[in-house]
Design a protein around this ligand. Structure first.
Ligand code: SAM
Ligand code: SF4
Length: 448
């Protein structure tokens, strides 16, 4: 069993976990293939944040059931693995490996058991002190890299499975984070994204005891690091020091993703988010008063149990007040083990859909207005790719906006000539709700 295929569902934490799993497997002598059909070992790194995500995984497993007889070995990793545990063997008997993210440090040992022909191998322990720190990460992107700074979550938001699937919080030492970031800078990476379910509660376990703002400033100071991002911030633990760090270090991107979930203090309390609407708005004020112009994005859940029309109106009102640059909006989804399952007043599906559409429409109007303000401005982009269909380069601004552009000098990727990975100034000439478009100004005499 020496070839493997891996498919990843869900968030950036999962994407990065898969990079570490791939690195570990390559180190063990496996080779990666592009199609499940060609692999001896088929892995799914799963997401269970909402019911739909979980169903997708079981659907995928069913698709390949017939191949099980052909000697393939199937493994389920990640949040569904942790949540369902050995029940996965009943639901999908052709699965041989079930392991949650807190057990990936044991992956080499689990692989040995699989190679020995063991048909039921599990890694489901959540009481590990270790973060999944591996020297063998195989990164997918040569210019932008993820760095995990904290694993797990100690909050208990009433709707969320993460504390059950990823276990308690474990911070890495600042020394190991800085070492990894410096190594990445030496390898030519210019952009990193610090990852955690709640990066703001980062606390260096070594005697220096750094908090998140100190870590952020430390990574921002590394030579060669041009862009440092971080996600996700929890409003309760978001302190002013983070904005001060952004203000004083140009390499820290001026973008903060600060999920609010609801504009109603009553619903925030029912969600056990541990902040009020006013406390959230105070953090927004800090950002709006910062020296740099900070782009703020968020997550919203509509149709949480007990959400009345008035509560929902308060969410809409908060959107008008803050004018987020972009957002993810979700219908509340019942998750196993969570407190909200026991709540009364669950909202009918059609009503959740109605509220979702209203939020999406309002936010679309806000984004049309906000993005139009960028027209005429020059923004620096980090070039991420090229879109053949539109003949445009794809760039990303410091605010994390997509800015598609043309370049008069390098019109398309050519042998040995590409803009990918470069930083360019682009004049924004057009705006749409979800992206900007423009022209690189390097060759525009009119702007010199
Ligand atoms: N740790 C982050 C936080 O505190 O916001 C992100 C957690 S989760 C991976 C990303 C988003 O999924 C959450 O911000 C929330 O909006 C949404 N989410 C989580 N559980 C949900 C559920 N049961 N139903 C609907 N949306 C959910
Ligand atoms: Fe889930 Fe809340 Fe933890 Fe975020 S902070 S991962 S929403 S429990």
């Amino acid at each position: 069993m020496k070839t493997f295929y891996i498919e990843t569902f869900g968030c950036q934490m999962n994407a990065h976990d898969s990079e570490k799993v791939v690195g570990t497997l390559l180190e063990k002598g496996y080779s990666q293939v592009e199609r499940a059909e060609e692999a001896e070992l088929v892995l799914y790194n799963t997401c269970s944040i909402r019911d739909k995500a979980e169903q997708k995984v079981f659907h995928r497993l069913q698709q390949f059931k017939r191949d099980a007889g052909a000697g393939k070995v199937f493994g389920v990793l990640g949040c569904v693995a942790q949540q369902e545990g050995e029940r996965i063997f009943e639901k999908a008997p052709h699965v041989s490996l079930v392991a949650g993210s807190a057990s990936y440090t044991r992956l080499p040992e689990l692989l040995v058991q699989l190679e020995a022909g063991n048909r039921r191998v599990t890694g489901l322990d959540l009481n590990t002190d270790l973060a999944f720190d591996t020297p063998h990460t195989r990164r997918d992107n040569p210019h932008r890299a993820y760095i995990t700074i904290i694993e797990g979550c100690d909050k208990s938001c009433a709707y969320c499975v993460v504390p059950f699937t990823r276990g308690p919080e474990r911070s890495r030492t600042s020394e190991s984070v800085l070492r990894e970031a410096s190594e990445l800078a030496r390898m030519g990476y210019t952009e990193v994204q610090l990852l955690g379910q709640n990066v703001n509660s980062y606390r260096d376990p070594s005697p220096s005891g750094w908090d998140f703002a100190q870590l952020l400033a430390g990574v921002g100071d590394i030579e060669g690091m041009r862009r440092v991002r971080f996600t996700t911030s929890h409003p309760r633990d978001f302190v002013k020091g983070i904005i001060d760090a952004i203000d004083s270090s140009p390499s820290l991107c001026n973008h903060v993703h600060l999920p609010v979930q609801s504009g109603s203090t009553k619903i925030l309390t029912a969600m056990d988010r541990q902040y009020t609407r006013d406390e959230y708005m105070r953090r927004i004020e800090w950002m709006k008063n910062a020296r740099r112009e900070i782009a703020i994005t968020t997550d919203i859940i509509v149709g949480f149990p007990g959400e009345t029309d008035q509560d929902f109106e308060q969410t809409l009102d908060l959107l008008d007040q803050v004018e987020f640059e972009s957002m993810y909006v979700f219908k509340y989804s019942k998750r196993p083990n969570t407190a909200a399952l026991q709540y009364d007043d669950h909202i009918p599906e059609e009503e959740k859909t109605r509220r979702l559409l209203i939020v999406q429409e309002k936010q679309r109007a806000i984004q049309i207005r906000r993005n139009a303000e960028y027209v005429g401005r020059v923004e620096e982009v980090h070039v991420e790719g090229y879109n053949k269909a539109t003949s445009q380069w794809i760039g990303r601004t410091t605010q994390h906006k997509t800015l598609n552009f043309i370049d008069a000098d390098v019109r398309e990727p050519q042998e040995g000539r590409t803009l990918v990975g470069k930083y360019l100034d682009v004049l924004v000439t057009r705006a749409s709700p979800n992206s900007l478009a423009g022209e690189s100004i390097a060759t525009r005499p009119v702007l010199q």
